[in-house]
Design a protein around this ligand. Sequence first.
Ligand SMILES: Nc1nc2c(ncn2[C@@H]2O[C@@H]3COP(=O)(O)O[C@H]4[C@@H](O)[C@H](n5cnc6c(=O)[nH]c(N)nc65)O[C@@H]4COP(=O)(O)O[C@H]3[C@H]2O)c(=O)[nH]1
Length: 756
Amino acid sequence: MTMIQLPFTKRLENLPSQLKRLSMLFSLTIAILPPIGYWNIASKYKATQLAEHAEQAAHAVSKLVFINPDAWDLQFHHLGHIVEQYRPRTIETRIHVKDLNGEHLLLSESHSHYDWPISGSAEIKNNTLTVGHVTIESSQVPLLLKTLMVSALCLIVATGFLIFINRTSIRGINRASSEINRIHTELQQQRTYLDSILRSTENVAIIATDSDWNIQYYNDTTTRLLTPAASSLTGLPLFKLHADLWRNIQIVQMNKHAVSDNNTMSFIFTEVKQGHTHHLQVHLYEIAEGDSPPSGYTLLCSDITEQRDAAAMIERQATYDSLTDLPNRRLFLEQLERALASGYRHQYLGAVLFLDIDNFKNINDSLGHAIGDLLLQQVALRLQSGIRKEDIVARLGGDEFVVLLQEISSDENEAIKLTQLFAEKLGKTLAVPYVVRQHTLHITSSIGISVFPGSPSDQPGDIMRQADTAMYQAKDAGRNTLRLFLPSMQHVANERLKTLNDLRKGIEHSEFITFYQPQYDQNGCMVGAEALLRWQHPQKGLISPDNFIPLAEESGLIIELGAVVLETALSNLYSWIDSKQAPLSFQISVNISPLQFLQDSFVLKIKEALKNTSIAPSNLTLEITESVLLDNAKLAMEKIHALRDFGVQFSIDDFGTGYSSLAYLKQLSIDEVKIDRSFVRDILIDDSDAALVETVINLTSRLRLDSVAEGVETAAQFSFLKNLGCTRYQGYLFSKPLPLHEFKALLLSQKNLMSA
Ligand SMILES: Nc1nc2c(ncn2[C@@H]2O[C@@H]3COP(=O)(O)O[C@H]4[C@@H](O)[C@H](n5cnc6c(=O)[nH]c(N)nc65)O[C@@H]4COP(=O)(O)O[C@H]3[C@H]2O)c(=O)[nH]1
């Protein structure tokens, strides 16, 4: 950056002193030259005058010599008379007439003082012979006095001139100079200010050119941003600074109307420097007055690479899932919209596969989110490698994935067949065991398929909903399967959504009540009861748990419901024991859903519930299913141990229906095993069921565990089980699950029976 130079101000500053010197010189000249000139001229004139008079006098004397050559020098009187005639009248003079030997013949004086004389002399001739001289002298003192007077006059004039020059011109110049200096200082300040502004625009290269695109000004950023070859750019044509940028400017100028706003043109220039892509935002301003051609151009270039990268990153974050790097719901819906339009146009069918990992929540909750996340990443990779290039796989969130298959076939049957085959293959690919850290995980998936376009009015949201509905159908059908969306499913999906809303409202309005089903020992004594949930729906009446527990588990609402049952059952037990309706040892069994059990705060919540209701921990039996023990046995056992140490009892519910192995039972730190009612039901007709029940009872007795037979409906079943050594019984033979008041009545009758 260069500062404004004002050379004339420097010269102007020097002007007064120069003028002063000049005027002094001039005054000196005025003071000196005229007197000298006067002196010279006047003295020369006087000398000439004296010489002329001397000449005339000598001539007159020469005539006398001619007449009397021998005695002329004795005729003093006559000589005196002659020379007197030629004496200058205006000045005082002394006339000498001398013979050839220099002897004075005559000395005639008109005045007595002749200091510092000047003289004029002429020869007296006798024919050609010089016989003497006439010399006329005069004093130079009067001339000197006059010269001094002239000098004095000139001095006055010179002094006056000096004073005049000083008073007028020099002061004026000084004033003008200081005014110019002030303006200059102001300009400098403004320039400095502007410079600092220009400098502060660190990321903006500013270049000003003349009308021929030669650089007139540039800031420091220019050299950094455009890395020119030349060290100084001033005067350099713009195309030499950056040939590619120059080409862009030319193109922009050609398409001025398309990109310009009055005299401003903007464009983005992209270049690759050392393997990195850089984006420059360029603003080009024409410097022009009205319609006149531009007198120059200003270019502002700023590096917007970072902003662009950030925008691209934000765009990516908005459209991609950060965990799996798959497209997210938004991007998927956009692609689906395009696929719908194109499929409809070209009469090709496509499909959306809605995929959900079965029981993923259990993995996530039991092994931790980190393992869950790693598993999802592996699932994403398998899905991606299993699709064609033109298909898209996206993650909607959690363990939900969607696959978009485009242009499968123009024939509907063919499209459905191919999609089903593809979905089956995908399901198998996903079922291959995963190794995540030290865990080997087995998963299955439920897949819902929607083939599109069904109707021209189909929107992406409709297709997604249909695939989602089909996926839920697959889940309901026992998981690890796939379902194709059928219009009838929509009704089921709507019902499901409605039930979920009702469920939420039901919790809010305390529509859930607890029933109690008694449990008996071998002697027919009531020793405990199982708390069973019911939904007292305002319109639909009493709803059985089989109709809402699965949905409550899927939606997580089971946690709230489970807490309600636990609290209600414990506080009721307290009042029964307190009122002596039930013995101190009376056992209350409460079902615990896997989701409840997997909660980190589970142990704490159970302890708190017991403390809040003042129930001894040994009165509470928690019924858990085997599945909670399978996924993360270590953590499950830790929780069981913590609560057993506290005194709480544990029961394995639905024993025999899942993966239960009798060997495994040994390692479980539990108190009882509940034999599922499906085995009890057929115990007298199915030998294998009878054998299994017998084995379970034998084992539990050897392990000193209680065995509870569920669903005992007949006396025959009861006696068969009793013979096998089953310790407790629950079933319609004794009582159905009862509402509180009926159960209390049952307790009372039992008490009366005992005391009778
Ligand atoms: N056919 C027949 N059935 C009998 C007989 N004796 C009892 N039952 C039924 O067997 C089920 C026993 O409960 P479960 O195995 O824990 O099975 C329960 C349990 O898994 C779940 N459930 C019920 N209440 C709760 C709860 O509070 N929390 C949780 N997490 N699940 C619950 O719902 C399931 C069904 O409960 P319910 O419909 O009450 O069905 C009850 C009961 O009514 C019989 O002799 N014959």
